[in-house]
Design a protein around this ligand. Structure first.
Ligand code: ATP
Length: 394
């Protein structure tokens, strides 16, 4: 019904980008991007009103997003000739507004459009050879200045290539090598760089794109000392295994996967290099502290605490309680032997859910004068319960 509305408003609407690409690849993609030739904000506003759904817009970019009750989103952009500014070096003059919009995109496989208006519904529009490149499994930029215009495309090319099992085209490979050599990634703002690395780290299998980044000599953008060797690869493989274990064991518990892989990436670096890399990625003060703290404490636990003795559940609980799931998952992957792995697993499955039946208010009712003693009593009770010395009331 997007097409019908467009027609009623005297506009043309197209589904574009990743949605069309994934449709042709028969991969599911719930994010729909629409480009309208006309006023996209008016289009989205009318659609939202007619369907009683929410809508937000960016006046500045002439874009809107429709938000459906099930949280699905549809992005709407306006293709209008006037506001495209292009580097003077590029000889473009007579493009239709849709073609112009698609020309700004990253790779040919992302430039396909599907007409939505009645009468032409379903027509595939392919200005730049996107279908051919999908068939040939090739990632190709649209023009030679593409990576200069936006160096994040270097990382996007790698991500799509590895996700789909494609190859980056020969010319595009040369452009990437050149762009890396010219230090274009160095010029990229930390947040944008971080965002692209995050997107890579939340891919189903981040190892292939991370390895490919190494082939393209991208890592020095974070630190000259990242050594992408077999040891680091093995760690990433184990991280992925533990991440899957976590997902299968605790289905609805969120886990920030990129954080787990970032801990992995940093674990082979010296503290000063970690700090530099965090600075480069413009981590927030909170994120820096969290990394630094994990960096300091995890190895202490793995090589100090765990091998020292058989620990009671209460000791394991106390040792692991300060950590978030991401650090615990990292710890399991990093552990060399079974003992810490089992301990962390027990913590995940059991210990962390244990609590005392008795609460502070019960102590008060029992006439215990309030004070620090409460903490001591409740902690001891919790320890006893963790160690199986106190059983549930029958
Ligand atoms: P994913 O499946 O990872 O979401 P996607 O192709 O849907 O992939 P988005 O990042 O959601 O990717 O971007 C939507 C569309 O916007 C892309 O298909 C692409 O055409 C365009 N796009 C996104 N980022 C860029 C960029 N840096 N340069 C040019 N075009 C871009």
């Amino acid at each position: 019904d997007f097409g019908k509305l467009a027609k009623d408003l005297g506009m043309k609407a197209y589904a574009v980008g990743g949605f069309v690409r994934d449709l042709l690849l028969r991969r599911s993609n719930l994010d729909i991007d629409i480009v309208v030739e006309g006023d996209g904000i008016e289009f989205a506003r009318t659609y939202a009103r007619e369907h009683g759904i929410r809508c937000r817009f960016h006046k500045k970019f002439n874009t809107a997003v429709l938000i459906f009750p099930d949280d699905r989103r549809v992005d709407v952009a306006s293709a209008r000739f006037e506001y495209y500014q292009y580097p003077a070096a590029l000889p473009i003059v007579e493009f239709s507004s849709l073609k112009m919009d698609l020309y700004r995109r990253d790779f040919t496989i992302n430039t396909l459009a599907l007409a939505l208006n009645p009468g032409e519904f379903g027509q595939l529009i392919d200005f730049f050879g996107g279908q051919r490149d999908l068939k040939d499994k090739t990632i190709r930029v649209l023009h030679n200045l593409s990576l200069v215009e936006d160096p994040t495309r270097i990382l996007r090319a790698i991500r799509f290539e590895q996700r789909f099992g494609f190859r980056i085209g020969k010319q595009t490979v040369a452009l990437i090598r050149n762009a890396v050599r010219m230090g274009l990634l160095q010029k990229l703002g930390g947040r944008r760089l971080l965002h692209e690395i995050q997107l890579i780290m939340v891919e189903d299998d981040p190892l292939p794109p991370l390895r490919r980044m190494n082939e393209f000599a991208v890592w020095p953008v974070l630190s000259a000392n990242i050594l992408f060797d077999q040891k680091l690869e093995d760690l990433f493989v184990r991280l992925r295994e533990v991440v899957s274990w976590h997902r299968l064991s605790f289905l609805d518990e969120p886990l920030e996967r990129w954080w787990v892989y970032m801990l992995g990436l940093f674990s082979g670096l010296a503290a000063a290099d970690v700090e530099d890399a965090c600075g480069r990625l413009q981590f927030t003060a909170g994120q820096r502290e969290r990394i630094a703290w994990a960096y300091r404490t995890v190895s202490g636990l793995l090589w100090g605490f765990f091998p020292a003795a058989e620990h009671k559940p209460s000791a394991i609980f106390r040792a692991l309680q300060p950590f978030k799931p991401e650090e615990l998952v990292f710890m399991m992957a990093k552990a060399q032997d079974e003992t810490p792995r089992r301990a962390v697993s027990h913590y995940f499955h059991r210990y962390r859910h244990v609590s005392t039946e008795l609460k502070g208010r019960d102590l008060k009712e029992m006439g215990v004068p309030p004070g620090p003693i409460y903490r001591v009593i409740l902690d001891e009770l919790l320890d006893a319960r963790l160690n199986g010395e106190v059983k549930d009331r029958q």
